[in-house]
Design a protein around this ligand. Structure first.
Ligand code: SF4
Length: 294
């Protein structure tokens, strides 16, 4: 654990591909109670998740695992503690489900396949099937069973329910909520974080624009972008459309990156807003007080 009790921690992390930074100066803890990273495509949330999985090294700043920088950590212990949950399509189509799960287990524990399938709500008899013989929801449960096989402390889930229909999605969320394993959830669906994450961080254009208790962010957002995301997803269900204008508007190159889309943009927004503490969260917006009171 880090000094703050977090299993994983980003300290002023900038990430990018080649020389191009796409995540800027992000600091956050993956602590107890579930953590959500929220944002639309291109916000940097998946890039940040890759760094937390040790798949991408920071251009600057540090990812900490316990009390050590991740690049100096015992990677065997890390791979046991931190497991990704990929989309169900990542299952090998030629491999029987039982073998897929067994592969993730130590040799001596391979008899636990049935137990793991039961843990995720599947009939152990499905172990003999191939992925195409299962429904989308069943496949996603197999992926979760595989991730649980090594007894991780943290699951990193990237849009774990986005390909599923509403009813199946709700059941998978029930399953994830029932697990004792901690979770970092990457999504653009605020209804999903409401269910699974005590704390959330909203990213826009590679920067955290608002962080705090999920319930506060959703009931009373202080950043116009959080509010736009919340208003785009009024309830749990399906894979909601991304917020209006999400794909056509590029971030502003100077000042506040959100200003070309922001209904409250003012001359002051030509200066980049610094993150500050306000009303129990951290927010980077010059007019956060106006957002809270409107
Ligand atoms: S700083 Fe200005 S442009 Fe940026 S989100 Fe706040 S009000 Fe909108």
């Amino acid at each position: 654990m880090t000094s703050t009790g977090a299993l994983l921690r980003a300290e002023r992390v900038t990430l990018g591909y080649g020389r191009r930074p796409v995540v800027h100066d992000v600091s956050l803890d993956i602590a107890e109670g579930g953590v959500g990273l929220i944002g639309e495509s291109g916000s940097g949330k998946t890039t940040l998740a890759r760094a937390f999985l040790g798949l991408l090294s920071p251009m600057s700043g540090t990812i900490r695992y316990g009390d050590r920088p991740l690049h100096k950590a015992d990677m065997k212990a890390f791979r046991r503690d931190v497991q990704p949950v990929f989309q169900a399509e990542a299952l090998d189509p030629r491999m029987r489900v039982g073998r897929s799960v067994a592969e993730a287990l130590p040799r001596a524990a391979r008899s636990r396949v049935g137990e793991l399938l039961e843990q995720v709500g599947l009939d152990p008899a499905l172990a003999d099937r191939r992925p195409h013989q299962l429904s989308g929801g069943q496949r996603q449960r197999v992926v979760i069973a595989r991730a649980l096989a090594v007894g991780p402390r943290l699951l990193i889930l990237d849009e774990p329910t986005s390909a599923l229909d509403v009813t199946v999605q709700a059941r998978i969320l029930d399953l994830l909520a029932s697990l004792e394993t901690e979770r970092l959830l990457i999504t653009h669906n605020l209804a999903v974080v409401r269910r699974l994450c005590r704390t959330s961080h909203v990213l826009f254009a590679g920067r955290v624009v608002e962080s705090g208790p999920t319930s506060e962010l959703l009931s009373n957002p202080a950043h116009p972008y959080t509010r736009a995301l919340r208003d785009a997803v009024p309830r749990l269900g399906g894979d909601p459309p991304e917020p209006k204008g999400a794909t056509e508007a590029v971030p502003a190159a100077t000042g506040c990156a959100f200003r070309l889309r922001c209904p409250l943009a003012a001359p002051v927004c030509e200066r980049p807003p610094e993150p500050r503490d306000l009303a129990g969260r951290r927010v980077a917006c010059h007019r956060a007080e106006d957002v809270l009171s409107s």
